[in-house]
Each structure stands twice: as structure tokens, then as C-alpha cells.
Write a protein that binds this ligand. Structure first.
Ligand code: NDP
Ligand code: MG
Length: 387
């Protein structure tokens, strides 16, 4: 294998998912700039075999521990070392790398985020659930260990690109856009009866199953309000959300002098991922620019979609409550996908469980895991009352 020492060494967590696959597609185009040294999947053996053969990563982790006895190790590149179960993350991450891309879906992304922070590594973070659950601790630890968190979520990547040119005191507020999802025009009764197959028809973005439901409930935008608060140290009342169905404007920053700076791009995650891969440099992309025509903006219907209101309540209580918000949403989404509850039950479960949280912030990573477990128990209990 011919290795260029100048290449950025990349680890991709969730390499078999939507964010992971887009990252690998970019790296295929820019083979001279990046080298994939580590990849994770939960249990997708066939995609991982392909990735292993093409990219020849040093380390591969299957986070599902049951796979150790089931997979055929000879199908993987001989250079690759295999790890199993999330308990092996510390060993898996114990190699030389420059940037970790976290494209795991859900709370499962938190542990490797914390390990990479403690190793002082730069993290391009798509996994918003770890930001929402980890809250203040993530930022405090990143500062202590000198780890940089580079947002990949399109709205936050946009905001970070604008905000780095201004002082904190210059900022009046930030605005993140929401496509409004596939059910933007529904009334409550239509929304109640929605199924997973309806949610797959997202007008602008293609995503994994959990993120697809989160976009349809607007819980995704609730998570993103919390994500913006954590990443940019802003209170809830300085973070606005506006519906923008074209998803061209991703973020806007209103300055105290009345100016508004916006960041626009086509709705393609390969743009923020590429930006994060090259951070802090701006490089030439392979994506063809399309012309922009009409841009529309609407207010959110919070009567029908209460997600952002619940997220703000959580944020005002503290990061224990944001942890509850995330955990209850994960349980509710899984129960909806398993056809145990209706679409709109997701709202009531998340609201009830978020209200059960105490005020304040977690003091340690152990706290974060403890509160997540507790919130999942409360949520399962709420699901069992419905089914
Ligand atoms: P996908 O469902 O497409 O992919 C998820 C990845 O995580 C897969 O590689 C999956 O492995 C792995 N995974 C699933 N469960 C676990 C687990 N328990 N432990 C470890 N790994 C696991 O998700 P997306 O790529 O859509 O989203 C990933 C993250 O990025 C989410 O946090 C999402 O909110 C965020 N994001 C996504 C955007 C998008 O457009 N997709 C946009 C902005 C943010 P396997 O294949 O084996 O199941
Ligand atoms: Mg987003």
C-alpha cells in the first residue's frame, strides 16, 4: 500500500450509514488528500466488506458484540484489525488519526465522542444526539483536552462558518431553517395517522430511518435548537427557527447593527461534510453548482408540531432535561417504527418524559449514561400505557 504521509488520516464512525457513505464518496474523489484509517458499523457486514476491500482501513469495529462469532473474518482486508462491541471503542480509537467523523445515529455515538475528546482529537460531528445528551460536559471537556468540535449538521456548519468571523457580543440572534418535513401542511388528524412509508418522501434531504422520522416530527429541529445552544453557547431565546421548504439557506446570523448574514448551498450533505473534512481550509468541491431561484420562508405551526417548544422547555431546565428529551425521542421513534404507537404519540411521550426531568446539568459522563437509562425506562413505561 502506497501511503502519502501528508494525507489527513480519517476515522469514520457510522461508515455504513447515510453520512458515512457520503463521506466515503468524497474521499474516493480526493484519494490524494485523505486516508481512511478506521471505520465503524453496527452490524452491516456486506457494506463493511466492500469498504474494507476498497479503503483498506487499519481498524474496523462492529459495535454489535454478537457479530464476533458470526462473521467470516477472511472476507476482510488482511491489513484490517477487527474489533467488536462498543466496549472496544477505546482500543479501536488507539491509532494515529487526524479527524474523527461521527456519523453514528443516536445516543450510541456519545461514548466514542467522549473518548476522542479525551484523546484531544478533532471531531467532525454529525451525531447531534451526543451533543444534546452530553450538553455542557462535551464543551467543557473539549476545552480541557484541546479537542475541536466541527459541526457537520448543515445548519450548524453554516452558522459556524458565519460566526467565526464575528465576536460573541456582535450577535443579536441566530436562525436555523427547517424544511418543514413531508407533513408540513397536515392537520393534527392527518398527522396522527402517518406511517413510516409516508415520512420517507422527504422533499429535500435523504437520511437514515431515525433522522427521517425526526425530520417529519420536527424533533430534528428541536434537537438542533439544543445542538446550537451547546455548540455556540447561546440561550434558547437567541436561537430562532424558520420554515424554508427549499433548504437552500441553512443558517442566518443577525448582528446587533441590524445586518443579517446568511449561508446558502444546495441541500446536499456532501457540502458540509466536505467543509468539515477540510476544516479550517476551503477547498474546491466536485459538486456542480445549481442556480438558485425562489426562496420562501414561513413561520412554524407550533400548535400542530410542538417539538421545538418541548426542546426549549428542556433547554431552560438544563442538560439533564435535554438528555431526557433525546432519550425519550429515541424510544418513541423506535416504538413508532415498530408500529406500537401513532405518529403523534411521539410528541406526548417526549413531553411527559422531559417534564419528569430534574433541573440542572450532569456532572460526569457517568451521570449522562445514568440519566439516559432512567429516561428510557420512563419512556418505555409511557409506551406501555399506549400499547
Ligand atoms: P443512518 O441510519 O443512515 O446511519 C447510522 C450509522 O450508525 C450506521 O452506520 C449504523 O450501522 C450505525 N449505528 C446504528 N446503530 C448503532 C449503534 N447502536 N451503535 C453504533 N453504531 C450504530 O443515519 P444517518 O447517517 O442519517 O445519521 C447519522 C447521524 O448524523 C445522526 O445523528 C443524524 O441526526 C446526523 N445527521 C444526519 C443527516 C443526514 O442527512 N443523514 C444530516 C445531519 C445530521 P449499521 O449500518 O450497521 O446499522
Ligand atoms: Mg440539520
Amino acid at each position: 500500500m502506497n501511503v502519502n504521509p501528508m494525507k489527513k488520516k480519517i476515522i469514520i464512525l457510522g461508515a455504513t450509514g447515510s453520512i458515512g457513505q457520503s463521506t466515503l464518496e468524497i474521499i474516493k474523489h480526493f484519494k490524494n488528500d485523505f486516508e481512511v484509517v478506521g471505520v465503524s458499523t453496527h452490524q452491516n457486514q456486506s457494506k463493511m466488506t466492500e469498504i474494507s476491500k476498497y479503503f483498506e482501513p487499519k481498524n474496523i469495529i462492529f459495535t454489535d458484540p454478537n457479530l464476533e462469532k458470526k462473521i467470516n473474518k477472511f472476507e476482510f482486508n488482511k491489513c484490517s484489525k477487527l474489533f467488536f462491541g462498543s466496549n472496544s471503542f477505546s482500543d479501536f480509537l488507539n491509532i494515529d488519526y487526524d479527524l474523527l467523523i461521527n456519523g453514528i445515529s443516536g445516543f450510541a455515538g456519545l461514548l466514542p465522542t467522549f473518548i476522542a475528546i479525551k484523546n484531544g482529537k478533532d471531531i467532525a460531528i454529525a451525531n447531534k444526539e451526543s451533543i444534546v445528551s452530553g450538553g455542557n460536559l462535551l464543551i467543557e471537556q473539549a476545552k480541557i483536552y484541546g479537542s475541536r468540535l466541527i459541526p457537520v449538521d448543515s445548519e450548524h456548519n453554516a452558522l459556524s462558518q458565519i460566526l467565526r468571523n464575528y465576536h460573541f457580543d456582535d450577535i443579536e440572534k441566530v436562525t436555523i431553517t427547517a424544511s418543514g418535513g413531508p407533513f408540513r401542511k397536515d392537520n393534527f388528524e392527518m398527522l396522527r395517522l402517518r406511517k413510516y412509508s409516508d415520512a420517507l418522501n422527504h422533499p429535500t434531504w435523504e437520511m437514515g430511518p431515525k433522522n427521517t422520522i425526526d425530520s417529519a416530527t420536527l424533533m430534528n429541529k428541536g434537537l438542533e435548537v439544543i445542538e446550537a445552544s451547546v455548540l455556540f453557547s447561546l440561550p434558547s431565546n437567541k436561537i430562532d427557527v424558520i420554515v424554508h421548504p427549499e433548504s437552500i439557506v441553512h443558517g442566518m446570523v443577525t448582528l446587533i447593527d441590524g445586518g443579517i448574514i446568511s449561508y446558502m448551498s444546495q441541500p446536499d450533505m456532501k457540502i458540509p461534510i466536505f467543509n468539515a473534512l477540510n476544516f479550517p481550509k476551503i477547498s474546491k468541491h466536485f459538486i456542480k453548482q445549481k442556480s438558485i431561484s425562489t426562496l420562501n420562508f414561513y413561520n412554524l405551526n407550533e400548535e400542530i408540531f410542538p417539538s421545538i417548544r418541548i426542546a426549549r422547555t428542556a433547554l431552560e431546565k438544563g442538560f439533564i432535561a435535554t438528555n431526557y428529551f433525546n432519550a425519550s425521542n429515541e424510544v418513541a421513534v423506535k416504538s413508532f417504527l415498530d408500529e406500537k404507537i401513532n405518529f403523534t404519540d411521539i410528541f406526548s411521550i417526549v413531553e411527559k418524559v422531559t417534564n419528569l426531568s430534574s433541573r440542572g446539568n450532569p456532572n460526569s459522563i457517568e451521570d449522562v449514561f445514568k440519566y439516559d437509562k432512567l429516561a428510557r425506562e420512563f419512556s418505555e413505561n409511557e409506551v406501555s400505557k399506549i400499547t
